[in-house]
Design a protein. Structure first.
Length: 282
């Protein structure tokens, strides 16, 4: 019989993890489908009863999103327009039942190249807080995700929270994805874009693409081209030459690499069109 632990205290959870090397469970929306047995092997550490791990709160540095905050929590939260892309992605994460159970930390620790939340969090300059019995450490999200189904989390660590710096809460944002059908689909390509402006010019441009590389990627060439540019007609700056160098798409059953690159460019173009002032006023 599998040993099942559901502590209500973070310190107790960290001790259990250090002592048993348990499988960490949150929403289980990815964990159970990936299990090829009737039960999870070994001890299981369910972290969903720990109040300190759930919720979105302001901090002196910005915003802290607890590990077990669900997609439904994100949808219902009162957040600035910079988080609209994360809310839009949350509505694309499976069905309503999945959105109610699935957690932010689970989405990150599963480390799928097509995880809907990752491009949005990258465009919010997110960092992760990793906790263990020996202390905590922080990593940029881009350093935490090391490859398909791979992260920098050590076996004795829990992903406790996601941190968004205050500067990244500025601006407006948009999330778009392309799949073989409208809903309940793994992305062929997806894009998150955040644009902040002042006096009619772009002061911040953060654009990330998912499902087109081993991990979601920011687009530094395009971001540089947009920064300082007039805030109107943003899509005019989008070319595949400014997008392709950051990506490494593969051929698979959903699409080939060339199509993914083309689709990513088109999604970026559409997102930036939506974020251009004349489109917002229309």
């Amino acid at each position: 019989m599998t040993a099942y632990h559901r502590p209500t205290d973070l310190d107790a959870a960290l001790r259990l993890l250090a002592d048993t090397g348990a499988t960490v469970a949150a929403g289980c929306t990815d964990l159970f489908p990936a299990t090829d047995r009737r039960a999870l092997p070994g001890p299981v550490l369910d972290i969903t009863a720990i109040p300190a791990l759930r919720g979105i709160v302001a901090t002196p540095e910005g915003l802290r999103l607890g590990a077990t905050t669900t997609w439904t929590d994100v949808i219902r939260a009162d957040l600035p327009p910079a988080f609209d892309m994360l809310k839009e992605a949350a509505r694309e994460v499976g069905s309503v039942q999945i959105q109610t159970a699935g957690t932010l930390a689970g989405n990150l620790c599963n480390a799928s190249p097509a995880a809907d939340g990752v491009p949005c969090l990258l465009a919010l300059d997110a960092g992760v807080e990793l906790a263990s019995t020996t202390g905590t450490r922080r990593l940029p999200l881009s350093a935490f995700l090391t490859g398909p189904r791979q992260t920098a989390r050590r076996p004795d660590e829990l992903l406790a929270a996601i941190h968004i710096p205050a500067a990244a809460t500025a601006g407006r944002s948009r999330f778009l994805k392309l799949g073989a059908r409208k809903y309940l689909v793994i992305s062929i390509a997806m894009v998150a874009a955040r644009i902040a402006t002042d006096a009619g010019r772009v002061t911040q441009a953060a654009i990330a693409v998912g499902a087109c590389s081993a991990t979601a990627r920011r687009l530094p060439d395009l971001e540089r081209a947009l920064t300082g540019a007039p805030a109107t007609a943003l899509a005019a700056h989008v070319t595949e030459d400014r997008i392709a160098p950051a990506l490494s798409p593969i051929d698979d059953i959903r699409a080939d690499a060339a199509y993914r690159t083309h689709a990513a460019a088109e999604l970026v173009r559409r997102a930036l069109t939506d974020l251009s002032p004349q489109e917002a006023a229309a």
